[in-house]
Design a binder for this molecule. Structure first.
Ligand code: NAP
Length: 244
C-alpha cells in the first residue's frame, strides 16, 4: 500500500514508533527513524527494515529543539529529497499532580509532546508534495484527562486541536492530517504503572486487554495509505473501547 513512499517517524527507536516503522516498511515504504538517545535500538530498527529490502536511515534529533529538527531535515533532504508521510509519534510522560508538578516537568512534556509537532511538521511541509499524509499520535488522555497527567493531557489535547486546524489549512493540497488516540498500549511508557492500577484498567477496557503497539501501527498504515483519502481532521481511538 505504501510502495515508493518516504515516511518519517519521530520516536521510532522503541515502542509504538518502531512498530509503526516496521508496519509501514512491510507495505513498501522507505523509513526515516528519528530518536532522542537510544542509538542502538534505532540502528536495530534500521537494520531490520533494510533486511526487508527498503531504504532506511536513523537520525538522532531532539524534536523539542527547533534547530536540531532543522539539521535532521538537511539530512532528510540530501538522502531522500521528499517526504510523503509524517508520523509525529515521539512523546514522554512526567506524571505528578499539578500541585506538586515543577515548571520543568510541565515544560518538558509540553515541548516534547506538543511543540515538537510544530517543529517537525512546519519543516516537513517544505519537503511534502500534494497528497501527503500527516498522522499525529495523541492519547485518550487528551480527550478525557487523567489523574496526575495535567501536562500530558494538555499536550495531547493540543495535538487534537492542531490536527483539526491543519487539516483545514492543507485540504486544498489534498494533504490529510489525522490523529490517533491510543488507550493503554504495552510499551515502556506504562511500565512503571502499579500492577493493581493496570489490573483495574484492564477490567475497565471492554476488550479486556491492553493493546499491542501493532494495533496502533495498523491504524497508522491505513491513514497513510490511499484507502483513507477522504478522511481528514479525524481522531481515531485505538483503545479497546476504553474511552467511548
Ligand atoms: P516509548 O516506548 O517510551 O517510546 C518513546 C519514543 O519517543 C522513543 O523512541 C524515544 O526515543 C522517543 N522520544 C522521546 N523523547 C524524544 C525527543 N525529545 N526527541 C525525539 N524522540 C524522542 O513510548 P510509546 O508508548 O511508544 O509512545 C509513543 C507515543 O504514543 C507517545 O506520543 C505517547 O504519548 C503515545 N501514547 C502511548 C500510549 C501507551 O499506552 N503506550 C497511550 C497513548 C499515547 P529514545 O528511545 O531515543 O528515548
Amino acid at each position: 500500500m505504501l510502495k515508493g513512499k518516504v515516511a518519517l517517524v519521530t520516536g521510532a527507536s522503541r515502542g509504538i514508533g518502531s512498530s509503526i516503522a516496521f508496519e509501514m516498511a512491510k507495505e513498501g515504504a522507505d523509513i526515516i527513524v528519528n530518536y532522542a538517545s537510544s542509538s542502538k535500538n534505532a540502528e536495530e530498527v534500521v537494520d531490520k527494515i533494510k533486511k526487508m529490502g527498503n531504504k532506511a536511515i536513523s537520525i538522532k534529533a531532539d524534536v523539542s529543539n527547533y534547530n536540531e529538527v532543522a539539521k535532521m531535515f538537511e539530512l532528510v533532504k540530501s538522502e531522500f529529497k521528499k517526504i510523503d508521510i509524517l508520523v509525529n509519534n515521539a512523546g514522554i510522560v512526567r506524571d505528578r499532580t499539578l500541585r506538586n508538578m515543577s515548571q520543568e516537568e510541565w515544560n518538558n512534556v509540553l515541548n516534547t509532546n506538543l511543540s515538537s509537532v510544530f517543529n517537525v511538521t512546519k519543516q516537513a511541509l517544505q519537503l511534502m508534495g500534494d497528497g501527503g499524509r500527516i498522522i499525529n499520535i495523541s492519547s485518550i488522555v487528551g480527550q478525557y484527562g487523567n489523574f496526575g497527567q495535567t501536562n500530558y493531557a494538555a499536550a495531547k489535547a493540543g495535538i487534537i486541536g492542531l490536527t483539526k486546524s491543519l487539516a483545514k489549512e492543507l485540504g486544498k493540497r489534498k494533504i490529510t492530517v489525522n490523529a490517533i488516540a491510543p488507550g493503554f498500549i504495552k510499551t515502556d511508557i506504562i511500565k512503571d504503572m502499579p500492577f493493581f492500577k493496570r489490573k483495574i484498567i484492564r477490567y475497565m477496557i471492554p476488550l479486556k486487554e491492553e493493546g499491542n503497539p501493532e494495533d496502533v501501527a495498523n491504524a497508522v498504515v491505513f491513514l497513510a495509505s490511499e484507502k483513507s483519502r477522504y478522511i481528514t481532521g479525524s481522531v481515531i481511538n485505538v483503545d479497546g473501547g476504553l474511552a467511548f
